[in-house]
Design a protein around this ligand. Structure first.
Ligand code: GLY
Ligand code: MN
Ligand code: MN
Length: 444
């Protein structure tokens, strides 16, 4: 299965350390284990920043990068080997494994961190750390700093500055390497198969969770440990609820199903939405709205490339959707005025996309110095326009109400424009209907 090679983690650490000011230390904690209920834990997912720099999959770990440290720049605190605990909970790398398998220069038991980390911080001018994202760890860090301060009269030197680590690290994460794109393409390919399987399985009388099960089957069979976010399987009017999660309603003849789901491979997300008819054939109204969303997505793709700023793709979707809604008689007036007054937001209330990477809504600034960011090769993003006609929208004829349609694909900016990572999944009305018709013929 595609994964990030060890050498890439080393390259990332080096790249970060090269950008840090002299005489500094960066500190990052691993994600905590969260209790689901009583003795049951949530499936463990490593913190994305910690994973990005280490590839180390265990909880109860802390990573420190200390450029120029004589005894090693990369220090990892982690759990000790423990045959009894490993019998119950599984393998631990231990300190030897942290060095031999994960490339740490130096490794210590996590239980010794209070004794050792203050000594590593002491004498450094700056601490790079994401203050405010992990309250418990913030408190620990302040305790370690206070240990150093308490020894100031004996010559100990506490750091004078805290620097937000996120600026450096998240800008690195925004630009995907060849290895990252390989993993993201692998995640996308599995998610494409999952969406195809759900379309093929759809029929009236099933429930939304039947289709969710088809998605999960392909995700797991492809080697994905989990979806990148809670799958949305929304039939009929549920498609108008943007983050619908119940997934337990009946699939009815004549309704659409909106599926927004993607798996995660080696901590990299995919994020795909397709909307298709439960029975395999779009009604005239469903088709009209679908083709408008598709036209807006095509217009967005054309605005994604080097030199084009982040918001151009969104603006393109707003123009196409507003003009289309006027054409269909769902909005009335001049397109420019309807855009200026944001009247389109009654139907299209979200943005056309977001950065995509280790987090489904990935890190990275959208504006720099107050201006929309200009796209560059290696940035990955989603393109996901939608139209949602509320069931209680009394301003539109009844035949349109309750239709919710989104089409979402994942792209990477290239030197010439953009590449679609989620290629191979039916997108046009004809492609969707043909795939579903073929599945019905086979089943009959
Ligand atoms: N699945 C979340 C989103 O599309 O942004
Ligand atoms: Mn999505
Ligand atoms: Mn998305």
């Amino acid at each position: 299965m595609a994964s990030i090679p060890k050498s890439e983690y080393a390259r990332r650490r080096k790249a970060l350390m090269e950008q840090m000011e002299p005489n500094s230390i960066a500190i990052l904690p691993a994600a905590a284990v969260y209790i689901r209920n009583r003795d049951v834990e949530h499936i463990y997912r490593q913190d994305s920043d910690f994973q990005y720099l280490s590839g180390f999959p265990e909880p109860e770990a802390v990573l420190a990068l200390i450029p120029g440290r004589e005894h090693g720049e990369y220090v990892l605190f982690c759990r000790e080997r423990n045959p009894e605990r490993e019998l119950w909970d599984g393998h631990r790398a231990g300190q030897d494994g942290a060095i031999s398998e994960y490339g740490a220069d130096d490794a210590f038991p996590i239980g010794d961190i209070d004794d050792i980390l203050p000594g590593l911080i002491e004498g450094r001018d700056r601490v790079y750390y994401a203050l405010g994202t992990n309250q418990e760890f913030d408190r620990h860090l302040m305790e370690w700093i206070n240990v150093i301060r308490s020894k100031a009269s004996r010559g100990a030197q506490p750091p004078s500055e805290f620097v937000a680590l996120n600026h450096l690290l998240h800008d690195m994460r925004l630009f995907k390497s060849a290895a990252e794109l390989k993993v993201m393409r692998a995640a996308a390919a599995i998610s494409v198969r999952a969406h195809i399987r759900a379309m093929q399985a759809s029929r009236a009388g099933l429930h939304e969770y039947h289709l969710e099960a088809e998605l999960d089957y392909e995700f797991r069979k492809g080697g994905a440990k989990m979806p990148a976010y809670g799958s949305i399987v929304a039939a009929g009017r549920n498609g108008c609820i943007l983050h619908y999660q119940e997934n337990d309603a009946l699939l009815r003849n004549g309704d659409l199903v909106l599926i927004d789901a993607g798996c995660e491979i080696d901590c990299y997300a995919s994020d795909i939405t397709r909307t298709f008819p439960v029975n395999g054939t779009f009604s005239a109204e469903q088709k009209a709205i679908y083709e408008l969303v598709l036209e807006s997505q095509e217009a967005a793709f054309a605005e994604i490339g080097p030199g084009k700023h982040w918001n151009l793709a969104h603006e393109a979707t707003v123009k196409v959707i507003t003009a289309g809604l006027v054409r269909l008689g769902l909005l009335h007036g001049s397109v420019d005025e309807l855009i200026a007054s944001e009247a389109y937001k009654a139907f299209y209330m979200h943005r056309a996309g977001h950065w995509l990477g280790m987090d489904v809504h990935d890190v990275g600034e959208y504006k720099l110095g107050g201006e929309w960011r200009v796209l560059e090769p290696g940035m990955a993003l989603t393109v996901e326009p939608g139209i949602y006609i509320a069931t209680d929208n009394a301003d539109v004829p009844k035949k349109w109400r309750g239709i919710g349609i989104r089409i979402e694909d994942d792209v990477v900016v290239t030197r010439k424009g953009c590449d679609i990572l989620t290629e191979g999944l039916p997108r046009t009305v004809a492609e969707v209907e043909a795939l579903m018709a073929a599945a019905r013929t086979q089943a009959a």
